[in-house]
Design a protein around this ligand. Structure first.
Ligand code: 6GU
Length: 271
């Protein structure tokens, strides 16, 4: 996979050379290019921002450097083997579509991603509209809070995507049961020693009974999801739940609602 990141703080992306992703870059699984947006400024002060038309607080990023940067980066299509077509362009912004594990999988299937990191109040909309005529552009948000710029979001998105690429994680099995792969949070986990400061590892995990362990983990997963993320429970298709699942969710006040209108779904009883 080829990754290009355009930012006015290229050093912010240095962590992509460390750890898991750093290894993948060294091994050639990921071709990483970090670009300084100011390379595409033409004035003496290397200006990238300006005040918004219509007034209001804050500064926006002017379109000219971005236009030139994206012309150059998208123009490299033919020179990159395996990336003949236009890349998928990702623009991190708090007003974007939520970044989820599903989107991480979708991005991991792309041969080439280009990240455009805004600072200040973001990019002039025309940059995004113009890029959308030459490439698939997705504005992505990490969550309902505001960061100072897209760089931290790119670190998070690239880490989530890169670990899904074949060969990046040693044990692909570890991707199967982690949080968000099946719409549930992962429950608690334990390692040695079996007793630590008077706290014991739940005995079922030491039992060697794999069916019982799997059931216990699923129970924990359901309870934790019900306690922390009722939105995820409400989104579970009831048809994917067995009798024991429904019993555990019932402990937390959830039941399968009246299917009179459309699909059956889980609802929480008021208490
Ligand atoms: Cl992707 N970017 C910025 N600047 N702020 C955010 C965000 C992204 N996601 C949440 N807040």
């Amino acid at each position: 996979m080829r990754l290009d990141v355009v930012s006015i703080f290229p050093d912010y992306l240095a962590p992509l050379r460390l750890s898991l992703i750093g290894r993948a870059v060294e091994d050639g699984l990921i071709q990483l290019n970090v670009h300084d947006l100011r390379r595409w400024t033409t004035d003496r002060h290397r200006t990238v921002d300006d005040s918004p038309y219509g007034g209001g607080a804050g500064m926006l990023m002017r379109p000219e450097p971005w236009g030139a940067a994206l012309d150059d980066v998208l123009g490299e299509a033919d020179q990159s083997p395996g990336t003949a077509g236009p890349p998928r362009v990702v623009v991190p912004t708090p007003s974007g579509t939520p970044f989820t594990q599903r989107l991480a999988h979708e991005l991991a299937a792309e041969p080439w991603l280009v990240f455009a990191c805004g600072r200040y109040e973001g990019l002039d909309q025309r940059v995004i509209d113009a890029a959308g005529e030459r490439a698939r552009v997705t504005e992505v948000s990490l969550g309902d809070y505001v960061l100072g710029g897209g760089e931290v979001a790119v670190l998070a998105i690239v880490e989530a995507v890169a670990r899904l690429l074949p060969g990046v994680i040693g044990n692909a099995e570890s991707l199967v049961h982690e949080s968000h792969t099946d719409g549930l949070l992962e429950g608690p986990a334990y390692t040695k020693p079996p007793s630590w400061r008077g706290r014991e590892v739940p005995p079922v995990l030491l039992s060697g009974n794999h069916a019982q362990i799997a059931r216990w983990r699923r129970d924990q997963s359901l309870r934790r999801t019900a306690d922390r993320r009722p939105d995820l429970v409400a989104a579970l298709p009831p048809g994917t739940l067995d009798g024991r699942d429904l019993e555990v969710l019932a402990e937390r006040g959830w039941t399968v609602g009246d299917a009179a209108e459309g699909e059956a779904r889980l609802v929480r009883l008021d208490w």
